[in-house]
Each structure stands twice: as structure tokens, then as C-alpha cells.
Design a protein around this ligand. Structure first.
Ligand SMILES: C[S@@+](CC[C@H](N)C(=O)[O-])C[C@H]1O[C@@H](n2cnc3c(N)ncnc32)[C@H](O)[C@@H]1O
Length: 446
């Protein structure tokens, strides 16, 4: 019995090495790698696989500094699998309850399974040294931003430069496990009634402060434990993301565009607000488009789905203008690092400049599909002013028919008590027990 469990867990570690190796080699994001590889472990070991992979990514800046300090020479790129194994070993020694000898032995064994027996001695020596000298090593390195803040240096610098007053909050909230927030489909059930059904299942929850459809669960649960999840009563969605549909406040008969739509979280919410709108959802990636389809199917709604580059309007737009547009552009996701901790590994400063150009192009093109008198909500889950207020500043300077309007212009009863006002729009920072980092600006076309 004992032997069985450890052999299956061992395979979770093997798979974790593959996932982390691929993330380090920039073969795809952590979430796509996990989707691809989680079938390689038995269902009961998926939580261990996730804990290992999320844990290594979440603590990557400090684990990486420690690993580089311990190694006389960094591993070559062809041995990234060994480096992934080392990071996993260090993670288990530092943050998990795995007995030290098991963490060391399994990492050494992993070298054999990777058919790199030559590395067993080295791995053993490095991990044993860390076991003995962890405190001294961390003390030697503690002045490095990677250890002090557990963030890449460039991100520490940017957060500090742009948001000195919110710096500590951003770092702390970005380094924690995010709370589990759900959105209640008010067309099916009220938030209060659903809260009671959760309570009957022993799941405690608290109402969100800003979105009247948000419930924070005291502890994360599996989706299958949420009553009527498959019947579309609730969706998993952060509270800040839920503000989009409240701000746009769709009304029956209106023609709406959700321009960068997958996985369809906000698409579904717009339809929950009014299922008599005419909603078009555009998404670039075919595999992500499938997620919108399954999300809408579960919720029982439909929309006109188009797989295309939203910025290439000649390719997808029929010339009929939209009353309202949600433009949730691809961004650096620096407001949701706690949900996508591989950002700490792979996001680079140059990505921000590239994203700004992509966002600008989509924004300019999609603007032309908006009706005069219509509204566009520009949204990102970024904390970078270049992608947010500066992007909008540039847009307003070049679009004579665009004007910024207050975020509650379409829903005057909606109190703007979240985030902080910035030169254009409002910036939300991630909070410890609450919402993610986000940015919103509402534009009106004259
Ligand atoms: C921030 S996510 C959108 C999240 C979504 N609104 C939701 O709430 O579930 C951005 C999406 O835009 C897509 N995307 C990126 N570039 C695009 C483009 N040029 N045209 C359309 N979609 C694009 C990405 O594949 C990604 O699914």
C-alpha cells in the first residue's frame, strides 16, 4: 500500500519536472502545460502536481537565486530538466512537509529516471549542502530583490517606480494564494440564496464588496462541490473582472462586442446581465475559442462567436456598428501574478513594449466598429501605466471622436469605491483577501 502511494506520487514529481522544464524553456504558460500534462498522473495526484508546479513558479525568484548560488556552474540548456528537478527539490525542502531525506532522495532518483546518472552525485551534494546551510545561504542572499520580495528585479523596480505607495500591498498580494471568488448568475438564483445553499454544503462564503454577484469562499473547493455549477448557477471569476459587466450594464436589444473574449468569463457575465442582447465575441486563438463555447453552453446562453484577430476588422466585421464594446486586451497580467505565477519566470520588460503596440492596434481598429454615441470599456489585468492610463492618453490624443467618461456613466447607481482614480480610468491593485489587480477606462464616441 505504502509502496503504491509513493510510486504514484513519484510520478507526480516526474510530471512536475516536465511541466517546469517546459515553462523554463518558454514552451507555453504554466496553465497550458498543466492542462497538457495533468492526464499523466492519476486524478488523486493532480493536487500534488499543481502544488509542486504552482509552488515552484510562485517562489521561482528566490529558488532560482539559491540554486544559482549552490551550483558552481549553471546547467546547460539541454539539462533544463535537471534544473527543474533541482528547483522542485529546493521547493520541497523549504516549503513542503516532505521529509528532507525523501526530498533529496527523490530528486537524486529523478536524475536516474531522466537518464542522467552523471548528475546524481552533484544533485545529492547540492541539496545536502542546502539542508545544512539553508539559513546562512538565505542570509547571504537576502539583500537581492529576488529573495527580499520574491519577485524578479525588473518587476520590483517597476512596481516601486509606478506605485510607491502601493508597493508593499502589490508585492504581498502577488505572492499569496488568491482567494476563490465566484460569480452568481443572478438570472438563476440570488446571491443570498446561493450563499445559503453553499452553507448547507458546509461551504462558508462572504459577499464581495464591489460586485453584487461576487461571493468569496472561505476556502477553495473543487468545482464539483459547488451546487448547480453544471447548471450554470455560478462561474469562477475574480471580483475585479466582474466589474466589466456592471460597468457596461447591457440592456435588452443592444448590440455588443466582446473583442478579446476567451475564455469567455466576461462574455457569460454580459449575457447574465441581459440574455436579450445581441452579443458578438471575437477571439484569436481557436483552442481558447472552445473554452468560450463550453462556458456558454454550461450557462445556457449563445453568442455569435468569431475566431479572428479583432484588430483585422476587414476580416470579421460585417459593417453593422456596436452599441457597446468590451475590449479586454491581451496584457502583461501583472495584476494577476498570484494566479499566473509563471509570469515571474517568463515575463520580460520587452514584452510590455510589444503588448502596448498590439493593444494600440486593436484599440484603434475596434474603435471604428463602435456606433457614434456608443461606449467602449477598455480593460486590462495589468499594473503597468503604459498598458493602461498612458495607452488611453495616447488614444485620446489621436482620436478626436473619443472622450473619457466616468465608469458609472451607464449604471449611475454603481459606486466607484474600488481601486484609485488615475489620470484616465481607475487602477485596482491586488488585495490580500479580495480582488485581483485590474484597470478600467470607459470611452464614449461622439
Ligand atoms: C485578457 S484575455 C480575455 C479574458 C476574457 N475577456 C474573459 O473575461 O474571460 C485576452 C484574450 O485576447 C485574446 N487575443 C489576443 N490577441 C487577440 C487579437 N488580436 N484578437 C482577438 N483576441 C485576441 C487572447 O487569446 C486572450 O484569450
Amino acid at each position: 500500500m505504502q509502496a503504491d502511494t509513493s510510486s504514484i506520487q513519484h510520478s507526480a514529481r516526474q510530471v512536475a519536472i516536465r511541466v517546469i522544464e517546459n515553462v523554463l524553456l518558454e514552451q507555453g504558460s504554466l496553465s497550458t502545460q498543466l492542462i497538457r500534462h495533468q492526464e499523466d498522473v492519476s486524478n488523486e495526484h493532480i493536487p500534488l502536481l499543481k502544488e509542486l508546479c504552482f509552488g515552484v513558479c510562485r517562489h521561482y525568484p528566490s529558488l532560482n537565486s539559491i540554486a544559482l548560488h549552490l551550483l558552481a556552474h549553471p546547467f546547460e540548456e539541454k539539462d533544463t530538466d535537471l534544473y527543474a528537478a533541482l528547483l522542485l527539490g529546493l521547493y520541497q525542502l523549504t516549503y513542503m512537509n516532505t521529509p528532507d531525506h525523501a526530498a533529496v532522495n527523490e530528486t537524486v532518483e529523478a536524475c536516474r529516471l531522466l537518464k542522467k546518472d552523471w548528475a546524481t552525485k552533484l544533485m545529492n551534494a547540492v541539496l545536502r549542502r542546502y539542508q545544512r546551510e539553508a539559513d546562512e545561504i538565505v542570509e547571504t542572499l537576502e539583500a537581492q530583490p529576488s529573495i527580499e520580495f520574491n519577485m524578479p528585479k525588473w518587476l520590483v523596480k517597476r512596481f516601486n517606480k509606478h506605485w510607491p505607495e502601493h508597493f508593499e500591498q502589490i508585492i504581498e498580494a502577488s505572492n499569496t494564494h488568491p482567494p476563490m471568488c465566484i460569480r452568481v448568475n443572478e438570472q438563476r438564483v440570488s446571491r443570498e440564496t446561493y450563499k445559503k445553499s453553499l452553507m448547507e454544503q458546509g461551504i462558508k462564503s462572504e459577499a464581495g464588496e464591489f460586485s453584487d454577484s461576487a461571493l468569496y469562499l472561505e476556502k477553495a473547493v473543487r468545482i464539483g462541490e459547488l451546487p448547480h455549477f453544471e447548471d450554470g448557477f455560478v462561474s469562477i471569476q475574480d471580483e475585479a473582472a466582474q466589474l466589466s459587466a456592471h460597468i457596461l450594464s447591457p440592456k435588452a436589444g443592444e448590440k455588443l462586442l466582446d473583442a478579446c473574449a476567451a475564455p469567455g468569463g466576461k462574455t457569460g457575465h454580459l449575457l447574465e446581465k441581459s440574455d436579450s442582447i445581441h452579443l458578438t465575441a471575437v477571439e484569436l486563438e481557436p483552442w481558447r475559442m472552445e473554452k468560450i463555447e463550453s462556458n456558454l453552453e454550461r450557462l445556457g446562453y449563445s453568442a455569435h462567436l468569431i475566431c479572428a484577430d479583432a484588430g483585422d476588422i476587414n476580416n470579421w466585421w460585417d459593417g453593422q456598428p456596436f452599441d457597446k464594446i468590451l475590449l479586454d486586451v491581451p496584457c502583461s497580467a501583472t495584476g494577476v501574478i498570484r494566479r499566473n505565477p509563471d509570469i515571474k519566470i517568463n515575463r520580460k520588460p520587452a514584452d510590455i513594449d510589444e503588448l502596448v503596440v498590439i493593444q494600440r492596434e486593436i484599440l484603434n481598429q475596434v474603435w471604428t466598429t463602435l456606433k457614434p454615441g456608443g461606449f467602449m470599456l477598455y480593460a486590462t489585468c495589468s499594473l503597468m501605466p503604459e498598458e493602461n492610463e498612458q495607452q488611453i492618453q495616447h488614444f485620446l490624443e489621436h482620436q478626436a471622436d473619443a472622450k473619457e467618461v466616468p465608469l458609472n456613466s451607464l449604471a449611475p447607481e454603481f459606486a466607484l469605491e474600488w481601486g484609485i482614480p488615475v489620470s484616465h480610468g481607475r487602477q485596482l491593485f491586488p488585495t490580500l483577501q479580495g480582488h485581483d489587480g485590474f484597470y478600467y477606462c470607459l470611452l464614449h464616441k461622439s
